[in-house]
Design a protein around this ligand. Structure first.
Ligand code: OAD
Length: 261
């Protein structure tokens, strides 16, 4: 961030971000829980975050799940199932999908497991931490839709008797190989990375903007709060909620593209 960027007002930063998007050839977005907050899904960290209520090592670590799947299902997963089932895309998801359909955004790398980018119409989405839409039997490997599994028995079981687990990544597990490969490829080949709604503290996801920057890309953040990337990896932070900010940036991009025709 340059000294001048620090003093620019948010409207100018929105305009500047739209100009950079229009002049870029390969734009990638990295999103986190913050983009789904306005869809009613709580973030993990900060005020009202899930980790205020639960200890992540107790409810989100693979060893806790293997030791006591019933407890993890009851405490966290069944609650998440209810929240995610009701959630609908907000203007942040819709704006990113619109940027893709305008030909200005290639790929979304998301740490979210809620499927809202796809529901909003984004087609190229890398689910870095897996997704919650599918469950997998830990014994026979059968995959089923989460919505099709009754939560009457805890933990829910497959007809073979095995326990179902969600297809999301628990702490202590590796990132799915294909997602990691594709994300690294996207980060190292983009010329602009938009980083929206992530605290950028969980690795290796938080390394993707660093990789983009090291490969010569411009990194721009959208977040109400600064992150460890702010002032170092990112050129600047557009301070604000993702919904209104992404919508305004996308409106500007659309107008600039229309004016060129
Ligand atoms: P966090 O909960 O760590 O961070 C959410 C970020 O969103 C913070 O930087 C907030 O300032 C910001 N935020 C809040 N409301 C916002 C809004 N309306 N618009 C834009 N930004 C907003 O979520 P992640 O960074 O996604 O991993 O967390 C990364 C990983 O940690 C998650 O994928 C999950 C978690 O533990 C696993 O479970 C493996």
């Amino acid at each position: 961030m340059t000294a001048n960027d620090c003093f620019m007002n948010p409207n100018d930063l929105i305009q500047q971000t739209a100009e950079i998007i229009v002049s870029s050839k390969h734009v990638v977005a990295l999103t986190g829980a913050g983009v789904s907050v306005e869809s009613g899904i709580p973030p993990f960290r900060g005020k009202g975050g899930l980790w205020e209520k639960f200890d992540p090592l107790e409810v989100a670590h693979i060893q806790s799940f293997m030791r006591n799947p019933e407890r993890v299902w009851r405490l966290l997963i069944s609650e998440m199932k209810g929240i995610l089932a009701d959630a609908r895309p907000n203007p942040a998801h819709a704006g990113l999908a619109r940027l893709e359909s305008l030909g200005k955004l290639k790929t979304v790398i998301t740490q979210n497991v809620d499927g809202l980018h796809q529901l909003a119409g984004s087609r190229d989405v890398i689910e870095f931490h897996g997704n919650f839409a599918m469950l997998r039997c830990m014994d026979c490997g059968l995959r089923v839709k989460t919505v099709d599994v009754a939560m009457t028995d805890m933990p829910p079981r497959c007809h073979c008797g095995g326990i179902y687990r969600p297809e999301c990544v628990f702490f202590g597990e590796p990132i799915p190989m294909q997602a990691l490969d594709r994300a690294q490829m996207a980060a190292s080949s983009c010329d602009l990375m938009l980083v929206a709604g992530t605290s950028a503290v969980v690795q290796p996801a938080a390394f993707m903007p660093v990789m983009a920057r090291q490969s010569g890309a411009v990194v721009i953040e959208i977040n109400p709060e600064p992150t460890p990337l702010t002032g170092s990896t990112s050129k600047y932070l557009v301070r604000g909620k993702a919904g209104i900010t992404v919508r305004r940036i996308t409106d500007e991009v659309e107008q600039m593209l229309a004016a060129r025709r």
